[in-house]
Design a protein around this ligand. Structure first.
Ligand code: BG6
Length: 369
């Protein structure tokens, strides 16, 4: 039931605010994150020495964002691996390793097999999943459900923002147990987290039309590049994946810092490049470096579409288009920055007359290896 929506994807993008809010619901108590499903696991979290996140596709990019939050708040080293790669490389995993899987469906065979392999090697397993009672959570030692609601469109949208939210909650929960995040910082972070649904709503209300219009103008585009740095890097990868999946054009995401080590060779006049601009409220050098990347590609004729915080004027002289997101601060920005990319990919596919819910050759959940 699409309701009044033109596609499930349009409906699911509109549900992103609730997906985040419902994933937080019931997991904040007295200004601290407490995840009731993880009761009794404090000792495990206190002793864990390493976390490996396994997932496929969009879920793996959520994992890459989560790595920053877990390392920042829980101070545990995190590796993020594609589930199919993890399983076939004889990974070094033991009882002090926690393997966190991320899967919307909970049925992705590659991810399931990685979880089973991790358990066989003696690791503890935790599943972040959107589907109650699915196979992966049933095979795991612990479960943190995302509460995005059923996702029908093949390209994951609201489940992705819910996955990042769940990873932030997990990071704050474990950080509290390990004493690595101060109560003041935890309270500040929870406040930011709880403000995100309203900020996503702001993007949908104020920028959606502008982004759809842009997608319409770009309907004939053959290739789009995405640049990001820090937490913006996995968002650049996700923006490119969405565009490939939905509109069948060449799209590639790069770490902005890599630009001079190769990708800048691709820049020729007219090449559209989306740039995730880090929050100017974070490390000043990061923001300045990305702005100077924008100058470099612009000087070579790139058509720059900057995704930047409201009030960030530094990007204005160099960007052809600025897509605004509300202020959220460095760690929280990805949940907002990905929303314009979802809208853009959907808008471009619509402009080309393609089926956004069921792109060619793809399946919602891939239950074969
Ligand atoms: C892919 C889907 O095949 O599987 C992606 O097309 C998804 O949208 C990926 O991100 C992983 O799926 P899941 O259910 O494990 O999150």
């Amino acid at each position: 039931e699409k309701g009044g929506w033109s596609s499930f994807m349009a409906k699911e993008v509109a549900e992103e605010p609730e997906a985040v809010a419902n994933t937080i619901l019931g997991r904040v108590k007295d200004g601290q994150v407490v995840i009731p499903e993880l009761d009794g696991m404090d000792e495990l979290f206190a002793g864990v020495q390493r976390i490996i996140i396994v997932a496929c596709g969009t879920a793996s990019y959520a994992g890459q964002v989560g790595k920053y939050a877990i390392e920042q708040w829980a101070r545990i080293p995190v590796d993020v691996e594609l589930a199919h790669e993890f399983r076939y490389r004889d990974p070094i995993v033991g009882p002090e390793t926690l393997v966190v899987s991320i899967s919307q469906s909970g049925e992705t065979m590659d991810t399931l097999m990685a979880v089973k392999e991790a358990a066989r090697l003696g690791a503890k397993t935790l599943s972040i999943c959107n589907t109650q009672g699915a196979t992966i959570p049933r095979e795991s030692d612990a479960i943190v459900y995302t509460h995005a609601g059923p996702e029908v469109a093949v390209a994951s949208t609201k489940a992705f923002v819910a996955q990042i939210t769940a990873l932030y909650l997990l990071a704050l929960h474990v950080g509290r147990i390990r004493g690595t995040v101060s109560p003041a910082e935890a309270a500040r972070s929870i406040h930011e987290l709880e403000a995100l649904p309203e900020k996503i709503r702001w993007i949908l209300e104020n920028e959606q039309e502008h982004i759809e219009q842009l997608a319409h103008w770009m309907a004939d585009t053959r290739s789009v590049l995405f640049l990001g740095r820090h937490v913006g890097f996995p968002i650049a990868l996700e923006g490119a994946l969405k565009l490939k999946e939905l509109s069948y054009i060449h799209a590639e995401g790069f770490a902005a810092g890599e630009l001079k080590h190769g990708p800048i060779a691709l820049i020729e006049p007219g090449q559209p490049v989306f740039v995730m601009v880090p929050s100017p409220r974070g490390a000043a050098t990061l923001h300045a470096k990305v702005v100077s990347n924008i100058e470099e590609i612009r000087a070579r004729g790139a058509r720059v579409i900057a995704i930047a915080e409201e009030g960030d004027v530094a990007v204005l002289p160099f960007a052809d288009e600025v897509l605004r997101i509300p202020l959220a601060g460095p760690i929280f920005e990805p949940i907002l920055a990905v929303v314009p990319l979802h809208i853009f990919a959907m808008g471009l596919a619509n402009a080309k007359g393609l089926d956004v819910d069921q792109p060619r050759n793809l399946a919602k959940s891939v239950t074969v290896e």
